[in-house]
Write a protein that binds this ligand. Structure first.
Ligand code: B16
Ligand code: MG
Length: 218
C-alpha cells in the first residue's frame, strides 16, 4: 500500500465557521449601508478575505479608498475573531475525528489546505493542531482557490505526489483547485453545488471507513 496524502479544507469541512463569517460580513456590510444575505455568504466560501470584501463592495455598488478598504478588512476580522475566541473542540463537525484518527493510525500524510489566515488559531482552539503534519493556509499562498497553489504546496510539504493526494472540500472553488492539481476531490456538502467533485457526501457521518480503505487501495 502506497502512502497517501489527505488534505483537509478547514471552514465547512472540519468546523462550521461560515456562520461566524456571515455574522461578521453582514455587520460590516450593514455598517456601510449594504445588504448582505446568506445566499451571498455562500458565494464567499473558500474565497479570500480581500476578494470577499471586493465582491461585497461590488454587490453594493460602492467604491472606497485603499485606506478605508484596509480599515474594513480589520473591522471584519476583529468581529470574526470575537466568535473564534469562544470556540472549543465541541465545534469539530461530526465524524471528522473518526476519519482523521483512522488516517493517522494508518500513517498517511495529513495536511490542512485552507484559504483562511486564521487557520492555525482555529485548529488550536479546537485542539486539532497536532494532528496535522503540514499546514498551508492563507498566509502561505499568493493565489487563492480555484488556483491549486494551496493544495500543491501541501502535497510538496508532505512529499507525496499529487496523484496520491485526496482533498476534502466544501467550496466550488476548492473542488476546482483540487481537480486542477490532479488530486482526488471529495465534496462535503450539496451535490448539486459540488457536482464537479469526484465523490460527494453531505458530511463526514456519511463517509464509511470502508470507502477510505478503497481510496487508499487505488
Ligand atoms: P480569513 P477555507 C476560507 O476558509 C473561508 O471559506 C472563506 O469564507 C474565508 O473568507 C477565507 O477562508 C478567508 O478567511 O478571513 O479567516 O483569512 O474554507 O479555505 O478553510
Ligand atoms: Mg471551506
Amino acid at each position: 500500500m502506497r502512502k497517501k496524502g489527505f488534505i483537509f479544507d478547514l471552514d465547512g469541512v472540519i468546523v462550521d465557521t461560515a456562520k461566524y463569517h456571515f455574522i461578521a460580513w453582514r455587520n460590516l456590510a450593514n455598517s456601510i449601508d449594504i445588504d448582505f444575505t446568506e445566499l451571498q455568504n455562500e458565494q464567499l466560501k473558500g474565497v479570500s478575505r480581500v476578494k470577499s470584501l471586493e465582491k461585497i463592495l461590488k454587490w453594493g455598488g460602492k467604491e472606497i479608498s485603499e485606506n478605508q478598504f484596509s480599515n474594513l478588512m480589520q473591522q471584519k476580522n476583529e468581529d470574526y475573531l470575537s466568535h473564534i475566541d469562544k470556540m472549543d473542540n465541541q465545534e469539530i463537525l461530526p465524524d471528522v475525528c473518526k476519519v482523521l484518527d483512522f488516517l493517522i493510525k494508518e500513517k498517511h500524510g495529513i495536511a490542512l489546505g485552507s484559504a483562511s489566515k486564521n487557520a492555525r488559531m482555529i485548529l488550536e482552539k479546537v485542539n486539532l493542531i497536532h494532528q496535522f503534519e503540514v499546514i498551508v493556509d492563507g498566509n502561505d499562498v499568493t493565489k487563492g482557490k480555484p488556483n491549486p497553489e494551496v493544495f500543491l504546496n501541501a502535497a510538496k510539504e508532505l512529499n507525496i505526489h499529487t496523484n496520491n493526494c485526496i482533498v476534502f472540500e466544501d467550496s466550488v472553488a476548492g473542488i476546482q483547485a483540487a481537480n486542477t492539481a490532479n488530486m482526488i476531490s471529495i465534496g462535503i456538502g450539496d451535490a448539486t453545488v459540488l457536482h464537479e467533485a469526484d465523490y460527494i457526501f453531505n458530511d463526514f457521518t456519511e463517509i464509511e471507513i470502508s470507502f477510505i480503505k478503497e481510496l487508499i487501495k487505488e
